[in-house]
Structures are given as structure tokens and as C-alpha cells.
Write a protein that binds this ligand. Sequence first.
Ligand code: GRF
Length: 200
Amino acid sequence: MTTHKTRIAVFCSGNGSNFKALFEAIRNKQLPAEIVLCLSNRARCGAMEFAEQNGITTLHITEKQFASFDEFADAMVEGVKKHQTDIILLAGYMRKVPDAVVAAFPDKMLNIHPALLPKFGGEGMYGVHVHTAVLEAGESETGATVHFVNEEYDKGEILLQRTVPVLPDDTAETLAARVLVCEHALYPDALEKLLALQRS
Ligand code: GRF
């Protein structure tokens, strides 16, 4: 019997190290899933290059290519649905996903955030800003969170979370690097959890 492989679209804007970790985990753990699309607002970035090198279809799409935001959102839904996408994984996608896309994939879109949500989330909390805020707040631990995406920034239900220690001599950069290592294990584990939930 052949099991249907869950078809994944990954949305990225940058290096794509989480995308790479997901791609490798699917292969190494033989998860019943495949990445069928890499969507990005940037034509050239680490994620898009990795997709091209690994035979994954890429879609470069930005608001600027369309006359209105609604047209952009509709094209995004269409571009993702065209690949019979079952779930969307946001991996360093630095734009707010249009509500129309969120509505088209209810409970089927995850995001990874480099902190222990609900702390240090929301608008403006991305990249180094998150880790700077964690250090300024004097936290002794931080971490990473994988959560479902809804219309509000970083507010969807949490699927999986893991802690990372903050060390006395940490800078935002050293902390970011430690959290990123955690993310690379956490996101594949969260994907595995979602696949199991969908099959139960
Ligand atoms: C990660 O820290 C992720 O949590 C955040 O953006 C960063 C993306 O890094 N949303 P990469 O592109 O996966 O290397």
C-alpha cells in the first residue's frame, strides 16, 4: 500500500537553514511528506538556491508584481494550491501572510519563532530584535516555538516548544546562533507531530 505523502510548501525569505533542516529530516527520518514548493518574496536567497539545487519548484511572488494586494493574495493562494499543497511551513518568511492565504489553509500552516511564545512575539519581534529583547529582559532561558498561523502575528495555537539557556556573556548574535540550532531539531519534530495528528 502506498501512503499519500503530505505535500508541503515552504515559505522563506532568507538563508533557509530551517528549510534545509526540514528537507534533510524528511529524507533521513523517512517522513511521509515531501516539499513540493519553495515560495519566496526574494528571487535570490539561500532558500531559493537550495530549492533549485534540489529540484524543488520555486515561486517568487511579491506584492509589487500586482496591481492590488487582493490580486497578490489571490495569486498566492492559486500558486500554492496548484501544487496540491496539503500544508504550509513558514521558515523565515519575513512578510505577513495575507489573510486569504491563511483562510485557504485553516490549521494547515505552521510558523517557527525564535523565542518562547507568547513572550517576545508580535509585530517587530523578528530576527535580532527578539534576542535583544530577551537579553534586555534579563531572562535566564529562551527557546523556540512552532505554532499554527492565524490572522494575528505569533498568536496561533502552540504545537511544540523547546527551551534554550541564556548564558551570562551572551550577545544577541551568540544567543541567536544557539536558538537556531534548537530550531533545526524542533521544526522537524513539530512536522512529525502534525503529520501524526493529521493521521490520527
Ligand atoms: C529563524 O530564526 C526563524 O525562527 C525566524 O527566521 C529565522 C530564519 O532563519 N522566523 P533561516 O532562514 O531558516 O536560516
